[in-house]
Unconditional design. Sequence first.
Length: 105
Amino acid sequence: MTNPSPKKPAYFLVQVKAKNMEDLATRYAQYAIPSLIEFGGEMIAGTPAPNVLEGKWDSSWAAVLRFPSLEMAKTWYDSPEYKPLKELRINELTDSGQILLVEGL
């Protein structure tokens, strides 16, 4: 009998242009990070000044979030707990952004 293959981790790749970094931190991040931890996620990297090796950087924050599986990542992102924070980030706190969800290898 073979063991079932382990679930692959999933990663959110985040790039946002905040209207005000202090507002993003106090109104969003201080609540979003505990929320993702409750769903098994963690922020493994974050910076306002990444090393841009290719392309154009016109944002104010980049981060990488890790979850144990794609299913857990989607569950958090679509959860009723995160929904008001997501709407706040999109509608009030940022001018633009890209949020990518990729499955690990």
